[in-house]
Design a protein around this ligand. Structure first.
Ligand SMILES: Nc1ncnc2c1ncn2[C@@H]1O[C@H](COP(=O)(O)OP(=O)(O)OP(=O)(O)O)[C@@H](O)[C@H]1O
Length: 465
């Protein structure tokens, strides 16, 4: 089961995909990528229920509070009648079973606490929100994460000393959250009485808002300032939240003064963070900043072999290479591909082979093999903005035509291997500097204008199939 797809395939699959596409258009890109895109859903074959699997407890609560009704409404609009929604925590066996029995609902009740949540650790009322399955032992090491892993291990072994704060950044699904939990779990294994808290930045924002409304800042401070280790995920979410940034700054200073450790993650390095106060950005960068890169081929192979072993199945090395060569973006997608292969093998009672992987992953492979041509981009963009395809090559300059043309040039550069002169040629013999200008202009505006960004997102999704 991959992100955004349905377990059993068929009509449910298309319905869920349509729902995801719709939400991609409606929500700001960052929100969509963080909360909706990683969701894994299973729609029963009789459409009597949709079960959405979420990676951890916080995410589950967040999806329930912020997005569940929106997802239900979108599905209802698309399907024509309401489909009850259930939220469940991702548990490998549950997902695998859901896969193998597409007619049955997932055997996980929506609000159950996962058995893996290591919330007690002798700290009765204190909830650390750690997932005990995410440890250093289950994190595969490779060139891509070697430095981040080494720094994290150091912090877990001697917190409050070097590398404080530890700032880990990288793209989606590369193991930042996993690494953070590993630090917390390791510290608790060594010192069960340590006060550790894992929290997503959005939850911190929401705690600040609650403390503000209820005038409970003393409790808030007591909670955060007394920690030995604060693990805070996705701090880019602090953007534009002044009060939150102020409270985080206070917590940060208090924790560092008492030599507690802070580990943070983000999708970018500190100076790349937008709309976060300079004094905070410079604090973020004052310890150690390390990147996690997308995993290289050998690491992807090792991850596949290890994860399938953990599921009780041996994946032959040649199959792991085949899958790893075809799934390159991130570990979460790799896990999705692996689950598909394992479920396909169980369901069809076939040995895992390259042929089986090819069948199990055929959707994914066909998307990759589908070449996006400049002609296709021109046609799609012209359709979208309701202009003639011929205007893509014409010399006309009114903005209603020039802008879609620039957008098409931008997409041609982004989505094909063509050079600037080649693209210029295909747009009615234009100079390569004209293409470069369009690429820079649209690329720059995309960062600023949410509406343009959403339009581009829709066009990209359409072109990628
Ligand atoms: N090196 C690794 N070895 C084993 N599993 C990994 C590794 N890296 C990532 N994973 C797994 O991949 C999945 C995605 O990782 P994780 O959630 O930590 O990513 P992330 O970088 O925090 O992404 P996001 O920013 O989208 O939250 C998790 O199931 C995690 O356990």
């Amino acid at each position: 089961m991959t992100e955004g797809t349905h377990a059993a395939g068929g009509a449910g699959d298309s319905l869920w995909q349509a729902c995801i596409d719709q939400l991609a258009q409606e929500l700001p890109e960052q929100q969509f990528n963080t909360w909706i895109k990683p969701l894994v859903a299973q729609i029963n074959e009789d459409f009597s229920k949709v079960t959405i699997f979420v990676a951890n407890r916080f995410k589950l609560d967040w999806i329930r509070a912020q997005y569940a009704s929106r997802i239900t409404a979108t599905l209802e609009k698309l399907y024509g009648q309401a489909i009850p929604l259930e939220l469940a925590l991702t548990q490998r066996e549950a997902v695998a079973r859901a896969y193998a029995t597409p007619n049955q609902s997932a055997p996980v009740s929506p609000a159950t606490e996962p058995t893996s949540l290591a919330e007690d650790n002798g700290q009765a009322a204190f909830k650390n929100r750690l997932n005990s399955a995410l440890t250093f032992e289950t994190l595969i090491e490779g060139t891509a994460n070697r430095m981040a892993r080494a720094a994290a291990m150091h912090v877990a072994g001697t917190p409050g000393q070097l590398y404080n704060p530890l700032f880990i950044y990288g793209g989606v699904g590369l193991g930042k959250t996993h690494l953070m939990h590993a630090v917390g779990n390791r510290l608790l294994a060594d010192r069960p009485d340590a006060k550790v808290l894992y929290i997503h930045a959005e939850q911190f924002v929401s705690d600040v808002v609650k403390a503000y409304q209820r005038k409970t800042f003393d409790e808030f401070k007591e909670r955060y300032h007394s920690l030995d280790l604060l693990l805070i995920d996705d701090v880019q979410f602090f953007a534009n939240k002044d009060r939150t940034q102020e409270e985080f700054f206070n917590a940060f200073e208090a924790l560092l003064t008492k030599k507690s450790h802070i580990v943070m993650t983000s999708d970018t390095y500190p100076k790349g963070l937008a709309d976060i106060h300079e004094r905070l950005v410079s604090r973020f960068d004052s310890g150690l900043t390390v990147a996690i890169e997308p995993p290289e081929l050998e690491m992807r192979v090792a991850i596949l072999i290890n994860k399938s072993r953990a599921e009780g199945t041996e994946m032959p090395e040649e199959v792991a290479f085949f899958v790893a060569k075809n799934v390159r973006s991130n570990v979460r997608e790799l896990e999705g591909a692996l689950r598909k292969c394992l479920a396909y093998s169980r369901f069809n009672q076939k040995e895992i082979s390259i042929q089986l992987a090819r069948e199990a992953l055929r959707d994914l492979l066909s998307i990759q093999n589908r070449q996006i041509s400049v002609e296709n981009i021109q046609k799609t963009v012209a359709d979208y903005y309701k202009i003639k395809v011929a205007d893509m090559y014409s010399k006309k300059r009114p903005a209603s035509i020039a802008r879609p043309r620039q957008i098409a040039m931008y997409l041609a550069k982004e989505l094909t291997q063509k050079s600037l002169p080649e693209i210029g040629e295909l747009f009615g013999g234009r100079d390569h500097t004209t293409v470069l200008h369009a690429v820079r202009k649209i690329g720059g505006e995309r960062q600023q204008l949410t509406e343009l960004n959403q339009q581009l997102h829709v066009l990209e999704q359409t072109l990628k199939g």
